[in-house]
Design a protein around this ligand. Structure first.
Ligand SMILES: Cc1cc2nc3c(=O)[nH]c(=O)nc-3n(C[C@H](O)[C@H](O)[C@H](O)COP(=O)(O)OP(=O)(O)OC[C@H]3O[C@@H](n4cnc5c(N)ncnc54)[C@H](O)[C@@H]3O)c2cc1C
Ligand code: SF4
Length: 464
């Protein structure tokens, strides 16, 4: 049987979008969504479901689109995934649901992410609410006496809040920053994930009675022992937001940023709207971004939109880049250059302490490392210079060790991430954890999946 072509989503043209922060992918209209939904073979044993970390009934929600029952489709989605408008936009579908779709063997897989986004956006535009009828009034009233603290409002914490909130628990969610959403707010830029969408999905949680507390860095503004004393259970979902640095000569020069600082200024503080918003950002004419993950792509594409000519420097080849394929494609379309098999070894400054150039060295791929990817090794004597007045290091992040050290007897692994069982329970029985603080930097949907399991663990702990 011939497989019909996949319906591609509408997009802002590259020439236009590189001058603005508006969303790049414009999604489907209703006709396009129906056409794409009709391509789904409705497999008896759907492999796509096993590719989704939260096991969404994918053929089920797609079937309802074909039947023009968008409300029914939304209910199916929302019963598995509390943040479908977000996951539909940022999941690395090529290695998750779409990578597991049978059509990917003979042509292009169903555009599951775009269909999920379409349904979620439709529900939001039409003010369709997801009513939770799963729990009886008795269960909700009984649970209401139990208090759970959630530390961190990223996708992991938000998922625990939604799962336990709908079961009637009293939830306080503590967030260090002045806005909720974790990386969804301060990391992923507006042109990939509009903040209005994140806020809308979070607003739905407030309706469940979840108590949102902002500007409270736990362990600093409030001691950990107080949280442990005051609550029946605690969920730690603080992510892995501490940036790693190259630590090479010249790191102190003006123009050297961590991606964390750069993206926080741009996204959380809206520096791209300076002076309407009062946080400035300085991007010169030639920016270099070091790294190959989503963070590197986001930083590079933000710097481009702020007027710089941008080169990404990555120590492996494009095939090993961990970023979503769509972002690499979009970055290239927008004119960002990618220099592979190279890494900076020194930043060079002028007499005023401003970055003017980067000394790099060529790399080649050696034996595979523990991640299975071939390890990059230096090619001796291959040093060369790139002119640059801005460099953004996006080489990874790690756990906040100070916060974790305040939990008595909390076991962590050799990388400093929290050790848990499959239900997110840590070495302290009433403390659960999930998301990047357990796995290291991963994905939104994996953090949500961990939040779901931890919510089950907390429920079992409190109800047994
Ligand atoms: C720039 C960037 C782009 C990304 N792009 C994608 C993508 O396209 N697709 C994808 O699937 N994944 C992407 N990721 C990864 C994804 O965002 C993370 O895996 C996910 O957000 C982890 O969720 P989390 O809830 O564990 O933590 P986070 O999202 O990191 O949230 C943790 C929250 O805890 C708060 N916090 C920390 N310490 C404290 C404290 N002491 N007290 C109170 N609050 C605290 C933080 O302020 C933060 O709000 C990206 C990550 C980055 C950085
Ligand atoms: S949540 Fe992510 S992995 Fe699951 S179906 Fe949606 S886009 Fe695919």
């Amino acid at each position: 049987m011939a497989v019909r072509d996949r319906i591609e989503v509408l997009e802002q043209p590259a020439e236009q979008r590189k001058n603005n922060f508006n969303e790049v992918a414009l999604g489907y209209n209703y006709d396009m969504a129906k056409e794409e939904a009709k391509r789904c073979l409705q497999c008896k044993v759907p492999t796509c479901i096993s590719g989704c970390p939260v096991g969404i009934d994918i053929p089920g929600f797609i079937r309802e689109i074909v039947k023009e029952n968008l409300e029914g489709s939304f209910k199916i989605l929302k019963s598995y995934n509390y943040l479908p408008a977000i996951c539909g936009r940022v999941c690395p579908q090529e290695v998750q649901c779409e990578g597991a779709c049978v059509l990917s063997k003979v042509g292009k897989p169903i555009n599951i992410g775009a269909l999920e986004r379409f349904v979620a956006d439709w529900a939001s535009e039409n003010n369709v609410q997801f009513e939770n009828t799963e729990y009886s009034k008795e269960i909700i009233i009984k649970n209401n006496k139990k208090r759970v603290a959630i530390i961190g409002s990223g996708p992991a914490g938000l998922t625990v809040a939604s799962e336990l909130g709908k079961r009637g628990y009293q939830i306080d969610i503590y967030e260090a920053l002045h806005e909720f959403g974790g990386v969804l707010i301060y990391g992923i830029p507006e042109f990939r994930l509009p903040k209005s969408i994140v806020k809308k999905e979070i607003f739905d949680l407030e309706k469940l009675g979840v108590n949102f507390l902002k500007n409270i860095p736990v362990g600093y503004a409030i001691p950990v022992h107080e949280i442990l004393e005051d609550y029946d259970a605690v969920f730690v979902g603080v992510g892995a937001g501490t940036p790693k640095f190259m630590g090479i000569p010249g790191s102190e020069l003006n123009g050297v940023y961590s991606a964390n600082e750069f993206l926080t200024r741009v996204n959380l503080m809206r520096a791209y709207k300076f002076p309407e918003y009062d946080t400035p950002i300085r991007v010169g004419k030639k920016a270099v971004v070091v790294g190959g993950g989503n963070t590197a792509m986001d930083a590079a594409r933000s710097a481009l939109r702020l007027g710089a000519d941008v080169t990404i420097v990555y120590r492996r080849t494009e095939a090993e880049m961990p970023a979503r394929k769509a972002e690499i494609h979009h970055a290239k379309e927008e004119g960002i250059k990618i220099l592979t098999l190279a890494t900076p070894v020194k930043y060079v400054g002028d007499e005023n302490g401003n970055l003017i150039a980067i000394e790099c060295v060529r790399m080649e791929l050696g034996e595979p490392d523990e991640s299975g990817r071939r390890r990059p090794v230096f090619v001796n004597g291959s040093n060369f210079i790139i002119e640059a007045d801005t460099v953004i290091e996006a080489i990874g992040t790690e756990a906040n060790k100070f916060l974790l050290s305040q939990f008595p007897d909390l076991k962590t692994n050799k990388y400093g991430y929290i050790i848990t069982n499959e239900y997110g329970q840590t070495s302290i029985p009433k403390v659960f954890a999930g998301g990047d603080i357990v796995t290291g930097s991963a994905t939104v949907i994996l953090a949500m999946g961990a939040g779901k399991s931890a919510a089950q663990g907390i429920q079992k702990f409190l109800e047994d």
